[in-house]
Write a protein that binds this ligand. Structure first.
Ligand code: URA
Length: 210
């Protein structure tokens, strides 16, 4: 009998899933990227953070959120009392999409079909981790996790359902680097830390209730 096409990975651990994802050809982005940048962190993390896609540094190092956005994310996590090593950090799209410009590689937003193709991995990561809370960092992650366009500004701070789990949306850390005015940037950073504190409280309450 013909084998049914699989609609989910049957990997039994994150390590196995990571090995499978290293050879991913589900969309064309693998062709120009250095490597698959898979998620990293605690196998049974209470909080899973989902970004957009690896940037230039992440593509070279093979780790999520290690470049400029990762630095500000780490600082905000520490201020909110969240240990990054106790969480799981991943991206909606696992290859760097860019446009070469001289010696630079300029970030390009993944499109709907790339987000859709990569959701295979995100779904499998979430199924193995079974977190208490999933956090979408920015619009691409919110789309990947909800299947539709969500307005971050309207929904941040509100508990939502994302991929069948409790979830929150907040801004992407790179947004904090782009706010041109210093006072506004500081304010946006404080709001981001406040979102992270709320998320930490929510995850802790769910852990106690479990
Ligand atoms: N931006 C992201 O969305 N993810 C990373 O890993 C780095 C930058």
């Amino acid at each position: 009998m013909a084998k049914e096409p699989e609609d989910h990975s049957d990997a039994s651990s994150l390590a196995e899933l990571r090995r499978e994802a290293a050879d991913c050809r589900r969309c064309p982005l693998y062709k120009n990227a250095t490597q698959t940048v898979f998620g990293e962190g605690a196998a049974h993390a209470a909080i899973v953070f989902v970004g957009e896609q690896p940037g230039d540094q992440e593509d070279r190092q093979g780790k999520p959120f290690v470049g400029p956005a990762g630095k500000i994310f780490d600082r905000a996590l520490a201020e909110a009392g969240i240990e990054r090593k106790d969480t799981y950090v991943t991206n909606a799209v696992k290859h760097f999409k860019f446009e070469p410009r001289g010696k630079k590689r300029l970030h390009k937003r993944p499109d709907r079909s790339e987000i859709e193709a990569c959701r295979w991995w995100l779904t499998a990561e979430i199924a193995l981790i079974r977190p208490k809370v999933i956090v979408a960092l920015g619009a691409t992650a919110a789309r990947a996790l909800s299947g539709k366009a969500l307005t971050i500004g309207k929904l941040r701070g509100e508990p939502l359902e994302l991929m069948g789990h409790a979830g929150f949306v907040t801004v992407h850390p790179s947004y904090l680097l782009r706010v041109p005015d210093q006072a506004a940037r500081r304010l946006e950073y404080r709001k981001f830390v406040a979102d992270l504190r709320l998320i930490a409280r929510h995850a802790a309450a769910k852990r106690i209730a479990a």
